[in-house]
Design a binder for this molecule. Structure first.
Ligand code: ATP
Ligand code: MG
Length: 392
C-alpha cells in the first residue's frame, strides 16, 4: 500500500546555512543506505521535506531497516501519495487508507491537515473538521480526541496530497559527513566498533586503522576486524581501513624496554602512527574505545601517558561507560557476535604479567629513548606500508 516515505529530521539544531548542508548530506546518506536494498528509489528534497519514493516493487521491512541506520533521521513515515481529485475523492482515500492500515479501526484520533498549497479550496481547519466527520461516519468505533489521540492522521496538501499516520523512530544524530572525518583505532574487541558508531552518529565520517602483528596475530583476527569495519560501515558509510603491520615495532619494544611498560609504550606508538595516517588522509581527530579503569592500560595515569604523544583531539565516547552498557549497544548495532569471536587481536603475547597501572610519564619517555636508533624509521615504514582496505 505504501510506495513512499516521508523522512523527518531534527530541525532545531540546523538553522540557516547549516540546514542546506545537513539536508544534502542526509539525502546522500539515504541514497547510499538504499543501494543495499533491492529496488530503485528516488530521494527528493522539497520545501523542507525529504521523500523516498520507490520506483518499482520493494521490500517494505528491508527498506525501513536501512533507513533506521541513517543518522540524522528522527522519524520514518510510510506515506500514501495521491493526486488531487477533489475533496470527496480525498475523503474516500482516507477511509480506505485507515481500513487497509488499521483494519476495523476503533481508536481515538485527530486529523492534522496542512495546506502548503494555498489555492486548495478548503482551509486546514475545515479539512480537519470535514475529514474527521467522514472518518466518524465510516468507523463507528472511532472517537475524536484533540489532546491525546491514539492516532494522528496527517494530511498535507501540496502539489500532490500526502497521507500518513505512523512515525517509525529513526536513529537520530546527524548525517555522516556534516562534521568532518576522524580516524578510529579499530581492534577486534567489543569497545572500539561501538566508539566508532557513536562518533559517526554525530555526523563524523570514519576512517579506521588496525594494528596487525603477524604471525602473532592471525589472518582470521584481521578478517574479524574487516568484518567489524563492515558492520560500522552499515551506519557510517564506506570505511577506509588502514592495516598497519606492527610486528617489527612490537618486537623492537619487547627487546629494548622494560616488559611491564610494554603495553603503554606500544599504545603510544599506535597513537603516533594513527595520528600520522590521520594527518595524511584528512582526519581531524582520533577515536578509541577506551573507558576509565577497564584494564591496566586505561587507568587515568595510563590514559594520560597514551594521550601525551598526540596533538590531535582524541575522542573517547565510552570513557565513562560500564562494560555492560557498551555490550548493550554492541548487541543493538550487531557488532557483538563478531567481537566475541575468539581470535586474538594485537599484543596478547606481549602483555606482561604485571603491567604498570600508574605509569610515570617521565619514566616512560626515558624507556623510549632506548628505541632511538631505529624507531623513527620503523614508524615511517609502517605508515608508508599500511594496507588500505575499503569496506562498505
Ligand atoms: P576493544 O574492545 O575496543 O578492543 P579493549 O577493552 O580490548 O578495547 P585495549 O586493548 O586496551 O582495550 O584497547 C583500547 C583501545 O585501543 C581500543 O578500544 C582501540 O581503540 C585501540 N586498540 C587496541 N588494540 C588495537 C589494535 N590492534 N588496532 C587498532 N586499535 C587498537
Ligand atoms: Mg582490545
Amino acid at each position: 500500500m505504501f510506495k513512499a516515505f516521508l523522512i523527518k529530521y531534527g530541525e532545531i539544531a540546523i538553522k540557516g546555512k547549516n540546514r542546506y548542508l545537513f539536508e544534502n548530506a542526509l539525502v546522500a546518506q539515504i541514497r547510499h543506505a538504499l543501494k543495499a536494498v533491492e529496488g530503485a528509489f528516488q530521494v527528493t528534497k522539497e520545501q523542507g521535506r525529504i521523500y523516498v519514493e520507490a520506483l518499482e516493487d520493494f521490500d517494505f521491512d528491508e527498506t525501513v531497516e536501512a533507513l533506521k541506520r541513517v543518522f540524522g533521521i528522527v522519524g520514518i513515515c510510510p506515506v500514501v501519495i495521491l493526486e488531487d481529485e477533489g475533496f470527496e475523492r480525498l475523503a474516500e482515500e482516507v477511509v480506505s487508507y485507515l481500513h487497509a492500515y488499521y483494519g476495523d479501526c476503533n481508536k481515538t484520533f485527530k486529523v492534522h491537515a496542512r495546506r502548503a498549497r494555498k489555492t486548495y479550496p478548503l482551509q486546514s481547519m475545515e479539512l480537519n473538521a470535514q475529514l474527521g466527520g467522514k472518518i466518524l461516519e465510516a468507523f463507528p468505533g472511532m472517537k475524536v480526541d484533540v489532546h491525546k489521540p491514539e492516532m494522528m492522521l496527517y494530511v498535507e496538501i501540496r502539489e500532490r496530497i500526502y497521507l500518513y499516520s505512523d512515525v517509525i523512530p529513526g536513529p537520530g544524530g546527524m548525517p555522516v559527513g556534516t562534521n568532518g572525518k576522524s580516524m578510529l583505532l579499530l581492534s577486534g574487541g567489543i569497545d572500539s566498533p561501538v566508539a566508532g558508531y557513536m562518533v559517526a552518529k554525530r555526523g563524523v565520517k570514519i576512517d579506521a586503522v588496525y594494528f596487525h602483528a603477524p604471525p602473532y596475530t592471525s589472518e582470521r583476527a584481521k578478517q574479524k576486524v574487516v568484518d567489524l569495519a563492515e558492520k560500522v560501515a552499515r551506519y557510517a558509510g564506506p570505511v577506509y581501513l588502514y592495516v598497519v603491520n606492527f610486528t617489527d615495532i612490537q618486537l623492537y619494544i619487547y627487546e629494548k624496554c622494560p616488559h611491564e611498560e610494554l603495553t603503554i609504550i606500544m599504545r603510544r606508538y599506535m597513537m603516533r602512527i594513527a595520528e600520522r595516517i590521520a594527518e595524511k588522509t584528512g582526519s581531524l581527530g582520533l577515536i578509541t574505545g577506551e573507558s576509565i579503569g577497564q584494564v591496566a592500560s586505561q587507568t587515568v595515569q595510563s590514559l594520560a601517558a597514551t594521550n601525551e604523544v598526540c596533538t590531535m583531539p582524541v575522542f573517547r565516547p565510552l570513557i565513562a561507560f560500564d562494560k555492560e552498557d557498551i555490550v548493550t549497544i554492541s548487541k543493538r548495532i550487531d557488532t557483538f557476535e563478531t567481537s566475541i569471536q575468539p581470535f586474538e587481536d594485537c599484543c596478547t603475547i606481549f602483555v606482561a604479567k604485571h603491567p604498570v597501572t600508574k605509569p610515570n610519564v617521565k619514566v616512560i619517555r626515558h624507556s623510549e629513548t632506548k628505541l632511538a636508533e631505529k624507531i623513527d624509521g620503523m614508524v615511517e615504514e609502517a605508515v608508508k606500508r599500511a594496507e588500505l582496505i575499503v569496506v562498505g
